[in-house]
Design a protein around this ligand. Structure first.
Ligand code: PLP
Length: 357
């Protein structure tokens, strides 16, 4: 605490991201990064940006990337908003679209950045409990609200809502903005983007961090009606006119253009998720059905916090949330086959040697 801080800053309890260890010998399955490198054409596009032109500001609207994304989703450029990672996009969404007189609704178990944004922007919210099997039931969102947000698939559970359920939610909340955070949609889900032209209250947020292997580049975007996007532009242009630099814009365009690589790496992640699920079940884990690039698991005998710590001691990082209802679970990112082998070998050793205490 410092006397120089504003009252708001004194009150803040910031989000804690998963650890980013410096050591390269870590098996890193804790922050849902893509195990595959970015497309080779992304690397080439970034290289091509290393010129004297870096002295120039980037185009403030990143028009070329905006047009590429609009084309990809068959939308108009006025329906696309870009930001420095989807966390920044979400910050502007909370500030510009979710700050209402009635409470914002989101699940009790969800992306833990949402309540942090609410605190930053002084937004009142109501947490809607997931069902007993940790799923979202859209009927629970049929109540007075200023707006609604949740990830689909949900994080950290991996549970996917079908498009019909989202449609029903949109229909019963025509006066509220409904934000679907699709950070993990490309790993086997069906995107709500196809509903955008029918529902002016729908905003879909996506990121290039997970399915496009570009967490280090910080590129996120929102897709929706031009009126929602114009609202976001007003916030962005009152905050930072240049959220994306030359390298990010070039990398983003190249990643969207290499559809084959994207398809292939997503399919590989989906396959690896299936095999990881089977292997974990074989050694006594319950694995929730996941459509993300992660699995949410609990062991019938061992405490999640202890398993996480034992793995960490062996250089394997997974994520444990010390939070009611999910304290018994671990979230494990889908990695390479090698990483899975290391994880499974280590787990088997710990179990066989009775070291999980
Ligand atoms: C990873 C993640 C984000 C943030 O992604 P960035 O674009 O890297 O900021 C947003 N929402 C959810 C649910 C996520 O899991």
């Amino acid at each position: 605490m410092s006397k120089y801080w504003s009252n708001l800053v004194r009150r803040l309890q910031p989000y804690t991201p998963g650890e980013q260890p410096r050591r390269s010998d870590i098996t890193k399955l804790n922050t849902n990064e893509n195990p595959f490198a970015p497309s080779p054409s992304v690397m080439a596009a970034i290289q091509a940006q290393l010129t004297d032109d870096l002295r120039l500001y980037p185009p403030p609207e990143a028009d070329q990337l905006k047009n590429t994304i609009a084309d990809y989703f068959s939308l108009r450029p006025e329906q696309v908003f870009l930001g420095n990672g989807s966390d920044e996009v979400l910050a502007h969404v909370f500030n510009g679209l979710l700050r209402k007189d009635l409470p914002l609704l989101f699940p009790d178990i969800t992306y833990s950045f949402y309540p942090v944004f609410c605190q930053l922007y002084d937004i009142q919210f109501e947490k809607i409990p997931l069902t007993s099997d940790l799923c979202i039931d859209v009927k629970d969102y049929h109540r007075g609200n200023g707006a609604i947000i949740f990830p689909n698939p949900n994080a950290p559970t991996g549970d996917l809502l079908a498009l019909d359920a989202i449609k029903a939610l949109l229909q019963s909340n025509v006066d509220s903005v409904v934000v679907i955070d699709e950070a993990y949609i490309d790993f086997g889900g069906v995107s709500a983007v196809s509903l955008i032209n029918d529902y002016p209250n729908l905003l879909v947020v996506q990121t290039m961090s997970k399915s496009r292997s570009l967490a280090g580049m910080r590129i996120g975007y929102a897709l929706g009606s031009s009126e929602l996007i114009e609202g976001l532009d007003r916030v962005k242009n009152s905050f930072n006119s240049y959220p994306l630099g030359h390298l990010q814009i070039a990398a983003g365009i190249a990643a969207f253009e290499d559809k084959a690589y994207f398809q292939q790496t997503c399919n590989q992640v989906i396959q690896s998720r299936t095999s990881l699920t089977g292997s974990l079940e074989e050694i006594g884990f319950e694995v929730l059905p996941s459509k993300g690039n992660f699995v949410f698991v609990r062991h019938q005998h061992y405490e999640a916090a202890i398993v996480a710590k034992k793995l960490r001691d062996k250089g394997i990082f997974v994520r444990h949330f010390d939070q009611e209802r999910i304290r018994e679970f671990l979230r494990i990112s889908v990695g390479t086959e090698d990483q899975h082998q290391q994880l499974l070998d280590t787990l088997k050793n710990l179990i066989n040697q009775h070291l999980m205490k």
